[in-house]
Design a protein around this ligand. Structure first.
Ligand code: TYM
Length: 332
């Protein structure tokens, strides 16, 4: 039986943060041994919110370096830039013909973006989910490692794939699934007590893979907490649950159990918990940060990796596109 195909990407909006890492990147690394993987930098998608980027290649390169530093091996996985694969855009066009205004307007991320920036509601933003579906379907991927916030986009990808198959009486596309770590899709919280970690919650609430130890310590010590539990085994409020979520990501199970027990006995001191969390976070990030510096300095290798990835991605995309054109009935 053919190997399952995996495909995912991250937008170049600056350095990667712990949300990107635990929601997506660590799964990219884990999956590359088992599946046929395509990992790209979503540098078309970034135009939906930043239409006049000052340095789009440099931003994409930043993400690529961080992919490699996290352990993606370009010998095993295909690593490329979305903008090096214009076949995606042809598929995007075909999918857009059968994507309806009503369903696109109901997408949560679209509604959020409209609220945040009512002056830039462009068609690219509206059709963000069809471009994402095209990214995935161009390789006929079946598994898509993403964080929880992408779940709705994956549901739409399945809708578009199924609709294409039905409309053109074909079975070109499989229906892809979002995959997380274990059974659940992950959401890493912001340090300000609510929301998900990411640029929109602000730099102080987000820990980047490039943050120096002193910066990590400062951000963690400022993370939102409260005055402590007053009853044994009390339910944790959101900001405290968030600290535990972060601790579960980077600390040992013993450490988590230790602080959980203190919490349940109303003896927790958040200053101590944060100090421990900060040290575990630094120990986790520091080797990654060092590798990012090393890999980023080797321009010649990066160019080779991008060229090779582009070639491999083209081969896969061309095969799918030929089937798509044939299913619709174009000369081919
Ligand atoms: P983006 O660039 O916003 O985020 C990249 C990945 O990181 C995950 N993520 C998180 N996971 C858990 N907790 C968080 N706080 C957190 N913040 C970010 C996201 O879920 C995502 O997996 N639309 C995508 C990029 C994309 C894509 C695709 C993904 C374009 N085409 C095709 C998969 C397949 C996005 O904007 O992700």
């Amino acid at each position: 039986m053919a190997k399952d195909i995996v495909c995912s990407g991250i937008r170049p909006t600056g350095n990667l943060h712990l949300g990107n890492y635990f929601g997506a990147l660590r799964n990219f690394v884990r999956m590359q041994d088992e599946y046929d993987c395509f990992f790209f930098v979503a540098d078309y998608h970034s135009l939906t919110t930043h239409p006049t980027p000052g340095s789009i290649y440099a931003d994409a390169r930043t993400i690529l370096v961080q992919y490699l530093a996290a352990g993606i091996d370009p010998e095993r996985a295909t690593v490329y830039l979305q903008s090096d694969l214009p076949e995606t855009i042809e598929l995007y066009l075909f999918l857009n013909m059968n994507a309806y205004l009503g369903e696109l307007e109901r997408v949560t991320s679209f509604k959020d973006k409209v609220r945040q920036n009512p002056g830039n509601v462009n068609a690219g933003l509206l059709t963000y989910p069809t471009l994402m579906a095209a990214d995935i379907l161009i390789h006929k991927a079946t598994r898509v490692p993403v964080g929880k916030d992408q779940q709705q986009h994956l549901e739409m990808t399945r809708t578009f794939a199924q609709r294409f198959n039905n409309m053109y009486h074909s079975e070109v596309f499989p229906l892809p699934q979002a995959v997380g770590f274990g059974n659940d899709l992950v959401k890493i919280p912001a340090l300000n007590g609510s929301g998900k970690m990411g640029k929109s919650e602000g730099e102080a609430s987000t820990i980047f893979l490039t943050d120096e130890p002193s910066v990590v310590r400062k951000k963690i010590m400022k993370a939102k907490s409260d005055s402590g539990p007053i009853e044994p085994n009390q339910r944790k409020p959101e900001e405290i649950e968030n600290l535990f979520t972060l601790m579960r990501a980077v600390s040992s199970p013993d450490t988590v159990a230790y602080f959980d027990d203190l919490y349940n006995r109303c003896q927790i001191r958040y200053g101590d918990m944060k100090k421990q969390l900060a040290e575990d976070m630094v120990a986790f990030i520091e080797p990654l940060r060092q590798r990012i510096i090393e890999i980023g300095a080797d321009e010649a290798s990066l160019r080779r990796i991008i060229d090779r990835g582009c070639e491999k991605a083209h081969a896969s995309a061309a095969t799918t596109l030929a089937e798509v054109r044939q299913a619709i009935g174009y000369r081919h």
